[in-house]
Design a protein around this ligand. Structure first.
Ligand SMILES: *[C@@H]1O[C@H](CO)[C@@H](O)[C@H](O)[C@H]1NC(C)=O
Ligand SMILES: *[C@@H]1O[C@H](CO)[C@@H](O)[C@H](O)[C@H]1NC(C)=O
Length: 121
């Protein structure tokens, strides 16, 4: 895929300093923007293996349905076909399934909920 440039969009909700690529591939502070950083490491491996380039744009929203039925953020960019694929992990939500293709799962999220009862003695 030498010379191929894909358009992608990443979701970053925190402000950062310096170069985007350095920020998302930095191995420290994975607790901040962790989903995008995880996905970027994965994409970087693919870039190296297949030798393509990425043209990144940024948004601060994963994409939520607006009153007129369109989506904002990354889902909106995918819906309007402004990008070839998403640069961040995206939760599978029912309303998104109708407007974009989710492809493969890369991040498995497991919720653990701690339930407790408060007993009055
Ligand atoms: C990778 O792609 C670049 C152009 O983007 C090219 O100059 C280079 O030779 C390619 N590398 C390989 C190993 O094919
Ligand atoms: C839907 O609403 C948003 C926010 O008001 C607007 O930016 C967008 O252009 C609208 N999309 C369509 C298809 O009307």
């Amino acid at each position: 895929m030498s010379g191929v440039v894909f358009k992608t969009i990443a979701v970053l909700v925190n402000k950062f300093e310096g170069e985007l690529e350095e920020y998302i591939l930095k191995e420290n502070n994975y607790r901040v923007d962790s989903r995008t950083k995880f996905h970027s490491v994965l994409m970087n491996h693919c870039k190296e293996i297949y030798n393509f380039s990425l043209n990144f744009s940024l948004t601060d929203s994963w994409g939520f349905k607006l009153a007129n039925g369109s989506f904002d953020g990354m889902t909106g960019a995918l819906q309007r076909k402004e990008v070839d694929f998403g640069g961040s992990v995206l939760f599978l939500k029912k309303d998104r399934v109708y407007v974009i293709s989710h492809g493969r799962s890369t991040w498995l999220l497991r919720y653990e909920i701690i339930s407790y009862n408060i007993c009055k003695l």
